[in-house]
Design a protein around this ligand. Structure first.
Ligand SMILES: C[S@@+](CC[C@H](N)C(=O)[O-])C[C@H]1O[C@@H](n2cnc3c(N)ncnc32)[C@H](O)[C@@H]1O
Length: 206
C-alpha cells in the first residue's frame, strides 16, 4: 500500500486524467491537508469580491469548487447564490455536503465551451484551479463567456503559474479583443504552510 500524501506529486502530475485521479483519490484528505497549512486563497478571493462591492445576491459560479472550501468562504461573507462545478465526483460529493451550493455540475473545464444551466453569472470564481496541469489558461475564454456584461472573473493562482505560465497571456488576449475590460492582480499568501505565495486576479467583463 502506497503512503503517498496529497502534496507529494500535486505540482508534478502528468496530464488531466492524472490530475483527476489525484483528486478522486485524495478527496477525503483534501480539507485537512489544506487547512492545516493555512490555505489562504478562498478567503482572499471572497474578500476581493466584498472589496469590489459585489452584492450578496450576485449569481456566482465557483469553478473547480473541489470540496467546497472556496464556496464556504463566499457563504461566510453573505453570498447566497453560489453554484459550483468540478470534474472530480469525489470532490463534488464533499462540496454537496457543505450545503452552500445551489447546483453542482460535473464538467471538465478544459473541454472547451461550457454549457452550464444558470449562465450568465454575475461572478465566476476559480480558486487554485489554473496552472500545474490543472485548468489551462485558454479556459479563461470559456469562463469569461459565462459572465453577464460587467460581471467579475476572479481567480487565485500560485505565484509559480503567474505571471509566467499560460494564464496571463490568455487573459491579456481577452483584454486585447475586448471580452475583458481590465484586471488587477495582487500578490499575497497562497499556502503559507508550504511557504507558497499566490495572486488574486480580479477582472471585469465588458
Ligand atoms: C486545488 S483544488 C481547489 C478546490 C477549491 N476551489 C479550493 O479552493 O479548495 C483544484 C480543483 O480543480 C479541479 N480541477 C482540476 N482540473 C480540472 C478540470 N480540467 N476541470 C474541472 N475541474 C478541475 C480538481 O478536481 C480540484 O477539485
Amino acid at each position: 500500500m502506497s503512503d503517498e500524501r496529497f502534496f507529494d506529486r500535486l505540482y508534478d502530475l502528468d496530464d488531466g486524467d492524472d490530475v483527476r485521479r489525484h483528486y478522486q483519490r485524495f478527496a477525503a484528505d483534501y480539507d485537512a491537508e489544506l487547512t492545516s497549512r493555512g490555505y489562504a486563497q478562498p478567503d482572499r478571493v471572497a474578500d476581493a469580491l466584498v472589496a469590489a462591492g459585489v452584492p450578496g445576491d450576485a449569481r456566482i459560479l465557483d469553478v473547480g469548487c473541489g470540496s467546497g472550501l472556496s464556496g464556504v468562504a463566499l457563504a461566510k461573507r453573505g453570498f447566497s447564490q453560489i453554484d459550483g462545478c468540478d470534474y472530480s465526483s469525489e470532490m463534488l460529493a464533499r462540496a454537496r455536503a457543505t450545503d452552500v451550493y445551489r447546483h453542482l455540475y460535473e464538467v471538465d473545464l478544459n473541454a472547451g465551451e461550457l454549457a452550464i444551466t444558470g449562465s450568465p453569472f454575475d461572478v465566476v470564481t476559480a480558486v487554485g484551479v489554473l496552472g500545474h496541469g490543472h485548468v489551462a489558461g485558454l479556459a479563461l475564454r470559456s469562463l469569461a463567456l459565462l459572465l453577464e456584461s460587467g460581471g467579475w472573473l476572479v481567480f487565485a493562482i500560485n505565484e509559480l503559474a503567474w505571471p509566467d505560465g499560460d494564464a496571463k497571456p490568455a487573459l491579456d488576449q481577452l483584454v486585447e479583443d475586448e471580452t475583458i475590460d481590465s484586471y488587477e492582480a495582487q500578490i499575497g499568501e497562497h499556502i503559507p504552510g508550504l511557504g507558497s505565495r499566490g495572486w488574486v486576479v480580479i477582472a471585469r467583463a465588458r
